[in-house]
Design a protein around this ligand. Sequence first.
Ligand SMILES: C[S@@+](CC[C@H](N)C(=O)[O-])C[C@H]1O[C@@H](n2cnc3c(N)ncnc32)[C@H](O)[C@@H]1O
Length: 476
Amino acid sequence: MEQTQVVKKGVEVEVAVEKLAFGGKAVSRVNGFVVFIDHGVPGQIARVRITRKKRQYAEARVIEVVRQSPDYTDPFCVHFKLCGGCSWQDIPYAEQLRWKRQHVADCLEHVAGVGEARVESCEPSPRLTFYRNKMEYTFSDRRWLSDEEIASKDTTYGKSCALGLHVSGFFDKVFNVEQCFLESPESVAVLKSVRDWCAGSGVPAYSIRTHKGYWRFLVVREGKFTDQVLVHLLTADEPGHDRHVDALVRHLVREFPSITTFVHSVTGKKAQVALGDSSRVVLGPGVIEERLGSLRFRISAHSFFQTNPFAAMRMYETVESFAELNGTETVWDLYCGTGSIALFIASRARRVVGFEVVEDAVRDAYENCRYNGIENCSFVAGDLKDMISRGSDEAGSAVPDVLIADPPRAGMHPHVVKTVLELAPKRIVYVSCNPSTLARDLTSFLETYKVERVLPFDFFPHTPHIECVVKLVRKA
Ligand SMILES: C[S@@+](CC[C@H](N)C(=O)[O-])C[C@H]1O[C@@H](n2cnc3c(N)ncnc32)[C@H](O)[C@@H]1O
C-alpha cells in the first residue's frame, strides 16, 4: 500500500476496498482520505486512478484488480459497467442484501438515533432477473462505439440508428442493447426487431444535437401475471409519418403475436423524457391488465405502476400486516399514486382516502376501484401539503386511525409531517425509497411514536436501490 501517495487527479494508487457506501460506490482510504471507487468490491486490492479530487473526498476508477475479493462474483451481462443499470452484478446477492440492510441501519442510527438492531434483514426480491415490467429504450442517431470499434477505425459512427440504454454517466449517449436481464428475453427481441426495422426504414432517428429526426423512444410494458404486452413508441411530430409506424406495427405483430396492444405517441419536447403530447392506439385496447393477488389493474402507456410487481406484492402484504386492520378503521394513504396500496387494503378497512398530486393517477385509481368493484375508497387530487386538510371532509369527518405514507425520494413535506402529528393516528406505516429522507422524517415522529418494525425490501436486485417499510405505533 502506497501510504505516502498524494491524492490528486490523474494519480494512480493501490488501495484496499473497505465497504460499499450508501448510493452504491465502493469506499477506500488513502492516508485516511476517503476515495469513492466506481465498481469496487469490498475485499479487493485494486490499482485505481483518481478521476476527481474534492476537499473532503476523491473519486476513482479501477485500473487493475491486484488481488481479488472473496466476495467477488462474475457479472452475467455483457454490458456490465458500460450500462448504468445493474452496477452491483459483481457482488453476490446475499452480500447485496447485507449492504442494503446496513445502509438503512446507518441512516436511521446516525440521523434518527434508531438502534441498528431494530433494522431487520432485507427481504429479497422473489426474482433476481427479469423482474421488471417496464423498460424504456432511447433512439439515437449516433451509436456508442466500444474502444475496439474506435481502434479498428471501421465504424458506422454518425450513420447508425441506435436503440438501447444510456451509457453509464452520459445522459446523451446510447449504446445498442444486445442483452438485458431486467424485463424479459422477449422485450430484448422486440427492441432488436424495432431497431433493425427502423434502421432499414430510411427514416432517421432523433438527434439531441440538431433536434431533427423521427424515432425517439420505445417502451415495452408487460403484465407479469397476465402475459399481456404493451408496446409504446414515441416519435417526433412529423406530418405524414404515421404510415411508417403503421408499417412497423404490421411487421411486429407478425413476429410477436404476444403483443396485445401498440400505442404511438408524438412529442415535441426537446428534453429526453418518454412522455407523449398526444397518443393514438394503433393495435388492441391501448391498455394491458396486471393482477396483484385478487386485484386487477389496467395499465395504460403513461400510467404509473410498481416496476417489480413480484416484490410489490410482498411489500403490500407487509403494509397490510403492519397496519393491523380489523375492518373498522379509517385509513389515509398519502402519496397514493394509482391507488395500489389503497385498493390492496380496502377490504380490511372501513374507509380509505388516498392523496396524490398527479391527476391522471387519481383518475386511474378511481378506474381501478370500479374495475375491482371496490366502493370504500376515495381520492383527493393535488399537492398533499395543500390538500391534507381536506382529508377529513373526504372521509366523512373522520380522522385517520391508521395512516400510510409512500412519499417520493424527497420524503414528506414538513407541513405534512406536522399535520400528521396533529391528526395523531394510532399507527403509521411509512414506505420509503430513500433511507436518508426516511431517517430525517422519523426524527419528527419519535417523540410521539415508537418504531416497532423496520423492514428493508429489495425491489431492484444488482442495484444499490432500497425500499423500506417502517411501522410506527403511537406511544400514548
Ligand atoms: C413512491 S410513489 C407512490 C406509489 C404508490 N404508493 C404505489 O405503490 O403505487 C410516490 C407518489 O407520490 C406522488 N407525489 C409526489 N409529490 C407529491 C405531493 N407533493 N403531493 C401529493 N402526491 C405527491 C407521486 O406522484 C407518486 O405517485
